[in-house]
Design a protein. Structure first.
Length: 76
């Protein structure tokens, strides 16, 4: 099953995240199919950028977003 989830990048206390499509059982920093956007919680306000066309295309293919990604998508 495919999931749309957060992929951590950056240093320990300076985390940024990529929003990616990956197999649900893969490691949080493992391989992924496509990068859909970014999430930077350290900026004020937090930066959320998602490619809506690709996001919706993956939803139609059966990928399921995690609860966090679903909330971020509503903010974007």
């Amino acid at each position: 099953m495919l999931k749309i989830k957060l992929f951590p990048t950056g240093k320990r206390n300076q985390r940024k995240y990529r929003i990616v499509v990956a197999v649900d059982r893969s490691k949080s920093n493992g391989k992924y199919f496509e990068n859909l956007g970014i999430y930077d919680p350290l900026t004020e306000p937090a930066t959320v950028r998602i490619n809506k066309e690709r996001y919706n295309a993956w939803l139609k293919k059966g990928a399921q977003p995690t609860q966090t990604v679903r909330l971020l998508e509503k903010k974007a």
